[in-house]
Write a protein that binds this ligand. Structure first.
Ligand code: SF4
Length: 331
């Protein structure tokens, strides 16, 4: 049956998350994902997520077109870095062999590392996080989270022509002005390089026993930020909101403000496990009730597919055709 024209699509990416290691040399003040190197160090190398384990995870999610490689970071000068990086390449190759598309988010990379991964990943990501004293405090022990490092990475991805996902972590104590300045920086990068396919607007949520829904005041401030982002960022940049960090009953408000993407959805959120992930059918029902239409996409958004290197473009086109077949079969 034809859909009413007013049903604007809200995109999501069927995704499976692989975690090569939780060991991380940073220690961000808000992180509940990291294992300290002293505990997790041995998990960086061959003892970390094995290819066989990764393959089992891929097979358990046959409809996940995106393989999100989400890793703790290894210091640039660490002797473990070559092993860690080679595991990222191996996992990317595995994803492609299985007909999936890898999307790596593993912290800052040298130009050579990023270029090597860009030959296997149709898109990659790195959060900008934010700017101002609240972020400086949270990142006191996180050298790779310095604003200059992050901006340098976004520019490097632009120079490589790599479709890129970035975003802001919101609610650490930053002001509206600081959010606006961060968005202006992203808009400048997009005007220069045109590679930012989406910006995640991620509410920071406390972990464990403190888990709680967003208060009305927090929601209002976030809606203001979404509207600001929509007016500052060029129209081709999608705005993403992780739906498990936002009350589903108020999703329509977020869509009205400018959100048009719900990101990669796996069966759980490894960064915020205390905030359960709704299933795709449950999300589709909520989105439809709000007057929109939930539609799947790849990790690389449609607009950026034609610009991919030939091999990756062919892989993305195959994945897109499969995704569209499944969507038609589900209708
Ligand atoms: S870089 Fe990521 S994994 Fe490492 S401490 Fe910060 S938030 Fe956690």
């Amino acid at each position: 049956m034809a859909r009413p024209a007013r049903q604007r699509p809200i995109r999501w990416s069927p995704s499976v998350t692989l975690v090569p290691t939780r060991a991380c040399f940073n220690a961000c003040g808000y992180c509940s994902f990291r294992l300290p190197l002293s505990v997790g160090g041995s998990r960086i190398g061959p003892e970390g997520l094995s290819i066989a384990e990764a393959d089992v995870q891929l097979m358990s999610r046959p409809h996940a077109a995106e393989v999100l490689l989400l890793s703790g970071e290894v210091a640039p000068d660490s002797p473990q870095r070559p092993l860690w990086f080679s595991r990222l390449l191996q996992l990317s190759r595995l994803a492609l062999q299985r007909g999936r598309l890898p999307h790596t988010n593993a912290g800052p990379l040298s130009r050579r590392e990023m270029a090597a991964l860009a030959r296997l990943n149709p898109s990659m990501g790195l959060m900008l996080e934010g700017l101002g004293p609240a972020y400086d405090r949270a990142h006191r022990q996180a050298p790779s989270k310095r604003l200059a490092v992050r901006l340098g990475q976004l520019e490097q991805a632009g120079r490589l022509g790599l479709p890129f996902t970035t975003g802001l972590l919101l609610g650490l104590g930053e002001s509206r002005q600081q959010r606006l300045e961060a968005l202006e920086l992203l808009a400048l990068l997009q005007r220069q390089w045109g590679h930012l396919q989406e910006v995640i607007l991620q509410p920071w949520r406390p972990a464990a026993e403190q888990a709680r829904p967003l208060a009305a005041k927090e929601r209002a401030e976030l809606l203001e930020c979404i509207a600001d982002a929509r007016s500052i960022l060029p129209a081709e940049v999608h705005l993403q909101l992780p739906p498990n960090l936002w009350p589903l009953a108020h999703l329509a408000d977020a869509f009205e403000a400018g959100i048009d993407d719900l990101g990669g959805i796996d069966s759980a959120d490894v960064i915020n496990p205390d905030y359960p992930q709704a299933s795709a059918p449950a999300l589709a029902a909520v989105v439809a009730a709000a007057g929109y239409h939930l539609s799947p996409r790849l990790c690389v958004h449609d607009r950026w597919i034609p610009g991919l290197p030939a091999g990756l473009r062919a892989a993305a086109e195959r994945s897109l055709a499969l995704l569209q077949q499944r969507e038609s079969a589900d209708c």
